[in-house]
Write a protein that binds this ligand. Sequence first.
Ligand SMILES: Nc1ncnc2c1ncn2[C@@H]1O[C@H](COP(=O)(O)OP(=O)(O)OP(=O)(O)O)[C@@H](O)[C@H]1O
Length: 364
Amino acid sequence: MAEPVEPEYGGERLVTSSADDVERAAEAALRPKKLDEFVGQRVVRDQLSLVLQAALARDASPDHVLLSGPPGLGKTTLAMIIAAELGTSLRVTSGPAIQHAGDLAAVLSSLEEGEVLFIDEIHRLARPAEELLYVAMEDFRVDVVVGKGAGASAIPLALPPFTVVGATTRSGLLPAPLRDRFGFTGHLDFYDAAELERVITRSAGLMGVDIQHAAAHEIAGRSRGTPRIANRLLRRVRDWAQVRGDGRLDLKAARAALEVYEVDPIGLDRLDRAVLAAVCRRFGGGPVGLSTLAMTVGEEPDTVETVAEPYLVREGLLGRTPRGRVATQAAWEHLGLEPPPGAWGAPLGGTLFDGADGDAGTPQ
Ligand SMILES: Nc1ncnc2c1ncn2[C@@H]1O[C@H](COP(=O)(O)OP(=O)(O)OP(=O)(O)O)[C@@H](O)[C@H]1O
């Protein structure tokens, strides 16, 4: 169910009870609050800025906004920024949290004029909720069903103008009618090392610690193009410097901490390496289907597909072919292994297919 969120506090609880909550609170403290504090993603930032300024000038709600891209690149942060820039409040919900169309109807009918409704993982909305959302987004109306069976009737309820910000890691899974209701779509891409260095330096400043340039550079290079990971690694380097070092965040501290946390020189973590090792060692370089691969590394297919794969594909370590996932020559080299003759990564391998968003390349 949607909860009103004060954008100033990033929507996170300040008092936390579990390790996960502590991490989330630490993350929230580092969230940029304004569009011009948001590092990188220049094109999306420029386009969004226009959308927001025009809406403010017209004193109207902006078009609905869809943000897509891998986890940790700033979709939630941008949703909060949108609400803050518009001077309105943000309601937060997610596709999996909305089990029935009625849940969504309740959220929509409680919205106040001009509010922003953030729907995370919007691709996971159930079909009836999706259909209710089309109408609400287009006509600012929700049909409340009264009664059951043949005697049921729908009473239309007018909604005040509002803006939906949808976030998805899998825009290819959104049905076209839903995608079409968004007037603006921004695709967030992985950050380059210079941008991540800026994220790290900014975060260190907010945390009140000094970081040497070489250390920020080292962390940036191992952050898989992702600000969330950059911030997390920064916190681990700070821990190391405090506990085992002399308190300074220098190159020595960065390298030693990242070794303790098993982040390799190109930023691959245990899951990434487990995926690559499984494809190479267990399946001779592939092709191997997503479910089989996920089972082999003991993860959910969705985690392998949305968390590990995008970066491995982008780094040219993993390929998606019509017959499944394959290791590239670079993957074999990274693991220090020799591909067997005829393996995908070996010369004369098959054609790679950069399998878009869906799972076309994965016969199970
Ligand atoms: N452009 C940016 N500039 C500075 N910090 C950023 C930027 N993008 C993200 N961050 C930081 O990274 C963290 C993760 O961002 P966020 O939660 O917005 O990602 P997300 O794309 O919504 O991820 P998920 O899909 O997993 O929810 C935030 O705490 C924020 O501090």
